[in-house]
Write a protein that binds this ligand. Structure first.
Ligand SMILES: *Cc1c(COP(=O)(O)O)cnc(C)c1O
Length: 460
């Protein structure tokens, strides 16, 4: 083997084309070998097949067939979110057009830590972040956003901005329904222990929040959730906005899941109030059909981001900045950084607001349809009508151990991938419907598989 070919440059396309054929063929072979939403056999069997396929990970002499072998092995052992029976998590099937754009991002490999590594990508990122911030924060004058690796990084940044604005004594006040990354960010940033407000019905209880804000002294950051991870519920944002204003608290909204509801005329009203938040987390690798990673932190006042400023002579020397070279280092805490914004930009422009809104509406409609199916099936109990695209259900008269066992039976059999969530003190099966192509007979099959798995387990 000579010097390996490069992906970019004059010879790049010629080198890539046959490799892409190899990749597509291996993806196809692997998916056929799997034959379902998840590889059968559970962790040991899957790991064994991977070890057998991979062999020596660093052989002395290279293997020209490694691309085919490893892609096939990964595809065979994948949980495929495009399979209608794979509906556990906020793990979306990526759009083909977004994935193709992501390939271009890898080929061009712009790194968004300095203009001379990303001349066009940096401008595209500036355009897209401002446009998305404006979708969230209306009226939008001064709103801005930074690109992140996802909700976790966005929530961390939101707490960092609050700390920089209000000092190290700022206390996080969040619901018991908040994502774990919020208290974890408080821990990471050395902030006081968070105050966790009860969320007995799955959403933050405004009366309890009012009490907490009344009792607490010192600077406060309230974090509300628009689309809870467990149930897809939206906290009562207008009331929370009002309480934060009355108590002088800063407001962050974690809309990692629910954020893209803004694209839908039918569902946008669920987010009413979000525009008043100081910062908003948005994850387009959930309800936005992007390959990971596609996170965003939007801020109502772009000047809040100035605290991220950093100077490194090799990336943004003062004289370069004065001479007009854009200074990118303050757009992230990371240094080298992928142009994740390319796939997002391609998606926004290809589908338009209407196309994206239609996808959102479709998965919400599928969830309502699935909930109706559960409701009409005496073998199951429905938790509640879905707010977004998450449906919680459990076998009638089953105990929590049975619910957990049913989920694992489906997983290890490779037949269906359902999630789990604990609400109202009980364990529920969770279907997070993010596949806009799912057909009624497929959602019927999902419920039938769960019923079959229940048959195999004794009831309480
Ligand atoms: C998924 C999720 C997160 C974390 O996002 P990642 O992209 O996985 O880091 C944060 N908050 C909520 C509400 C989520 O659903």
């Amino acid at each position: 083997m000579g010097v390996p070919a490069l992906a970019s440059g004059a010879d790049g396309p010629g080198a890539l084309r046959p490799l892409l054929e190899t990749v597509l063929g291996a993806l196809d072979d692997g998916a056929r070998a799997r034959g379902g939403p998840l590889p059968a056999g559970g962790p040991e069997a899957v790991a064994g097949r991977v070890r057998a396929a991979v062999g020596d990970v660093l052989p002395d002499k290279g293997d020209p067939d490694a691309l085919r072998t490893l892609v096939r092995a990964l595809a065979e052992g994948a949980a495929d979110p495009a399979d209608p029976l794979c509906a556990a998590h906020l793990h979306c099937p990526p759009l083909a057009v977004a994935t193709a754009a992501d390939l271009a991002a890898s080929v061009l490999n712009p790194s968004l830590d300095s203009w001379d590594q990303a001349p066009a990508a940096s401008e595209l990122e500036a355009l897209v972040t401002r446009a998305l911030a404006a979708e969230i924060h209306r009226p939008a004058a001064g709103a801005d956003a930074v690109v992140t690796t996802g909700g976790t990084e966005s929530n961390q940044l939101a707490l960092l901005l609050a700390r920089e604005a209000h000092g190290g004594s700022v206390r996080l006040v969040c619901g018991a329904n908040a994502h774990h990354s919020l208290p974890r960010a408080a821990w990471l940033l050395g902030l006081p222990d968070p105050v966790v407000v009860p969320a007995p019905a799955g959403t933050l209880d405004p009366a309890a929040l009012d009490d907490a804000l009344t009792d607490l002294t010192g600077p406060l950051l309230v974090a509300a959730t628009a689309g809870t991870t467990d149930a897809g519920l939206v906290d009562p944002l207008p009331e929370i906005v009002r309480l934060c204003a009355a108590h002088g608290a800063r407001l962050h909204v974690d809309a990692a899941y629910g954020g893209p509801l803004v694209f839908s005329d039918r569902h946008r009203a669920l987010l009413t109030g979000i525009e008043a938040a100081h910062s908003v987390t948005l994850d387009l690798h959930k309800l936005g059909w992007q390959p990971v990673a596609a996170g965003l932190l939007a801020v109502r006042d772009g000047r809040d981001l100035a605290v991220l400023h950093q100077r490194a002579d090799y990336l943004n020397a003062d004289d370069d900045t004065e001479a007009g070279l854009p200074d990118l280092l303050g757009r992230s805490l990371r240094t080298s950084r992928r142009p994740d914004v390319l796939k997002t930009a391609v998606t926004l422009k290809t589908l338009g607001r209407r196309g994206l809104g239609a996808l959102v509406d479709q998965v919400c409609a599928h969830a309502r349809e699935f909930a109706r199916r559960v409701e009409n099936d005496p073998r199951f109990d429905l938790y509640d009508q879905p707010t977004i695209s998450t449906v919680l259900f459990r076998p009638a008269d089953a105990d929590d151990d049975t619910v957990a066992a049913v989920r694992r039976t489906l997983l290890t059999g490779g037949r269906a991938v359902l999630g789990r969530a604990r609400l109202d003190g009980r364990l529920w099966l969770k279907a997070t419907l993010l596949n806009p192509h799912i057909r009624p007979e497929e959602s019927a099959a999902l419920l039938e598989l769960a019923a079959d798995a229940v048959e195999g387990h004794p009831r309480a």
